[in-house]
Design a protein around this ligand. Structure first.
Ligand code: MLT
Length: 334
């Protein structure tokens, strides 16, 4: 019997079949009983080397060990974290795409007039991850040695002082806004794709000030590579006991701590979410992770918060908390 297809056509059909199988494998529904049978991608909304990336890489290894598969990090940067959130919302809901984001997930709905995802409709929730304080920093040769001197210099030189941030929706942006409104001064703000690159410019002296998380800043402060004018929480930090709070230095009520959560696209099977949640809980109890986070004065939330419901409830409360504040301040992107 003769073959009805030329060798080229056979090859083409075989190729198509392989492509279809590969596509199904990549985008098809998760088979919860075999999940995971290939690497998982954790999307991170800011640049490599910055605070969110530090947390992601710290937990990716023990999560991968618990799941028996590698957890790869993909930095999908830009637009204050909304690019990665959109990418997650549109990914196949099969557990192979997960997303680590901070409280920007709760400020985005008020900050962005047009948002291509809904934090309360387009995601399933894996659990809360870590709570991280911030620090107010300056380049090493900034002409002030403490907050009072810094405030005097800033007020006298407000046209030329620059404040770096990671864009609208970033916590460095939020912290900077709170700082400027508390002291009643508007500074020139310089946006970056994350506080990793912003920190590089602070170290290089190209920008003056930055408000950033301790997950990135503690080592640089201890090495004396940057100046620190205060911590953003009401209590001093164990990692930086000699650094006063902004509150105790007169910026009364200054209290910013950054919470993080882990998400999956809406429709991810509950069994898969359970496996991811179990791996996250294991990672957050790993002694290497807890020691490193403690060294950075960052807190693992209580176990009842490292749950899908713990994250969802917190996210809803935070959207309700920040929405009115942001709308009142009139800050938004078109
Ligand atoms: C980062 O990872 O670069 C920061 O979390 C960005 C930010 O300030 O929100």
């Amino acid at each position: 019997m003769t073959n009805r297809f030329s060798p080229f056509q056979s090859l083409w059909r075989t190729g198509l079949a392989a492509l279809a199988a590969a596509t199904l494998l990549a985008a098809g529904p998760a088979r919860a009983e075999v999940f995971p049978d290939r690497p998982i991608t954790m999307l991170v909304p800011f640049a490599a080397g910055g605070p969110t990336d530090v947390v992601a890489r710290l937990i990716a290894i023990p999560m991968g060990k618990a799941l028996g598969q590698t957890v790869l990090i993909e930095n999908a940067v830009g637009a204050g974290g909304t690019i990665a959130a959109t990418k997650t919302a549109r990914a196949a809901p099969n557990g192979y795409t997960i997303f680590l984001h901070h409280m920007g997930m709760s400020t985005a709905p008020a900050l962005y007039k047009k948002l291509s995802f809904d934090p309360l409709k387009d995601f399933d929730y894996i659990g809360q991850v870590v709570d991280v304080p911030m620090t107010l920093l300056a380049r090493k040769d900034f002409p002030a040695n403490n907050l009072q001197e810094a405030l005097a210099y800033i007020k006298a030189n407000k046209e030329k002082v620059t404040l770096a941030n990671a864009g609208l929706g970033a916590v460095s942006h939020l912290c900077g806004l709170i700082f400027m409104s508390t002291i009643g001064v508007d500074l020139n703000t310089i946006p970056y794709k994350g506080t990793g690159p912003a920190m590089n410019d602070l170290l290089g002296g190209q920008v003056d000030l930055l408000c950033d998380q301790t997950t990135q800043t503690v080592p640089m402060i201890k090495e004396g590579r940057i100046k620190v004018f205060g911590v953003t929480t009401l209590n001093r930090l164990s990692a930086l006991p000699n650094v006063p709070t902004l509150d105790e230095q007169g910026l009364k009520g200054f209290d910013v701590k950054v919470w993080h959560g882990m998400y999956a696209p809406k429709g991810t099977p509950p069994e898969v979410i359970n496996k991811l949640n179990a791996a996250l809980r294991t990672a957050l109890q790993d002694p290497v992770v807890t020691k490193r986070l403690a060294d950075l004065s960052s807190d693992v939330p209580p176990l009842d918060k490292i749950t899908p419901n713990g994250l969802k409830t917190h996210l809803e409360a935070e959207i309700n908390r920040w929405g009115p504040v942001i709308r009142k301040a009139g800050i938004y992107a078109d």
